[in-house]
Ligand binder design. Structure first.
Ligand code: ADP
Ligand code: NA
Length: 332
């Protein structure tokens, strides 16, 4: 009943990382190149669930758009736009707030992690975030959502919201979108702590590779990455219980489009004194063209705004009929 359609987003909250690239951007471009209809969104309405400096947000939004384009997302073949420019997101978000349950939001691990013991002090928006994310996806009747591991629970919640809406109104209107969590880089870990995911919001800059880092910085961060003193084993089993080593192997594999087993076979018996510089060279060779293209695009903000404006028109043309139908189903 529903044609295959991909939707995904990234928050323009600054400092896009290698985790965002391998877990999201690189895969977004691959999906586009497979010929599936792809809709990609800079989710600024999500970013403002925590304070954003207005001038910085503007710049970060353009920078995130530049990162998409530099990573291979072609605005002529994918819909690339900024969430706040398509008002149907906020509107469907409200409608779904009235379908989703408080208890469901309370169970979200990202909410618990971000709010910590300070839930009372968080914005209402941060709590409702997964409901707006469900609206982002359902507004396009998207059937697949490529995300990193950390977003799996939110996509599953989106399925629950869609099912409850369909059930409450006796319709078969919203699809149950599938999270696409594929490849070896679905959870890139911090370079300083193998138990934490690499994140743009980590206060330690050394914990992550930023897409805008220069070659020296990338080499230095990999050189200083926390690892154990053992050399690389000759099979994957030898990486069990070695989270940091496994993470670096996964990053190498994802960047080289190899399997982790192939990487381990190539470097069996070598120490990190050899592996880390090789990884840094590989990362620089893949990321340098992206950061160069990003700075080129950032020199022409008007052009980025024009691309995002056109993307918003295309997105709105799909979203409006679905929003109107939702309102009609609900009696409005
Ligand atoms: P962040 O978590 O860095 O703030 P977002 O919430 O905007 O970034 O996530 C954008 C996309 O990047 C999501 O699909 C998310 O799953 C993915 N992602 C974020 N961090 C990582 C990571 N360390 N490894 C793999 N994917 C990630
Ligand atoms: Na995230």
């Amino acid at each position: 009943k529903f044609t295959p359609r991909i939707f995904s987003g990234i928050q323009p909250s600054g400092n896009l990382t290698l985790g965002n690239y391998l877990g999201a951007l690189k895969r977004f471009a691959e999906k586009q190149d497979e010929g599936i209809e792809t809709i990609y969104c800079l989710v600024d309405l999500h970013a403002i669930t925590v304070w954003q400096d207005p001038e910085a947000l503007k710049k970060q939004t353009r920078e995130a758009a530049a990162a998409f384009i530099a990573s291979g997302i072609d605005p002529a073949r994918s819909v690339l736009f900024n969430q706040s420019q398509v008002s149907a997101h906020a509107e469907l978000g409200w409608l779904l707030n009235c379908v989703a349950r408080m208890g469901w939001m309370n169970r979200m691990t990202q909410w618990k992690d971000k709010a910590g013991k300070n839930a009372e002090k968080q914005s209402l928006g941060l709590f409702a975030y997964p409901s707006l994310m469900a609206a982002d996806i359902l507004l396009y009747h998207a059937t697949m959502v490529p995300v990193g591991e950390d977003q799996k629970q939110h996509v599953e919640l989106c399925r629950d919201i869609a099912a409850k809406f369909n059930h409450d109104y006796g319709v078969d209107f919203f699809p149950a979108p599938l999270p696409l969590i594929e490849g070896v880089a679905t959870r890139v870990m911090s370079l300083r702590d193998g138990s934490k995911k690499m994140s743009k919001s980590d206060p330690s800059d050394a914990s992550r590779i930023n897409l805008t880092d220069d070659a020296d910085t990338i080499a230095k961060k990999f050189r200083k990455a926390v690892t154990d003193p053992e050399p690389l084993p000759d099979s994957l089993e030898g990486l069990e219980g070695r989270a940091e080593a496994r993470n670096l192997v996964n990053i190498y594999a994802a960047l080289a489009d190899k399997t982790p087993a192939e990487v381990v076979a190539d470097y069996a018996g070598q120490g990190f004194g050899v592996f880390k510089p090789a990884l840094a060279d590989l990362a620089v060779s893949k990321l340098e063209p992206i950061s160069t293209e990003m700075s080129r695009l950032m020199n022409d903000p008007a052009e980025i705004d024009r691309i995002l404006g056109q993307g918003a028109e295309k997105a709105d043309a799909i979203a409006q009929p679905i929003l109107q139908k939702t309102l009609e189903i609900m009696g409005m």
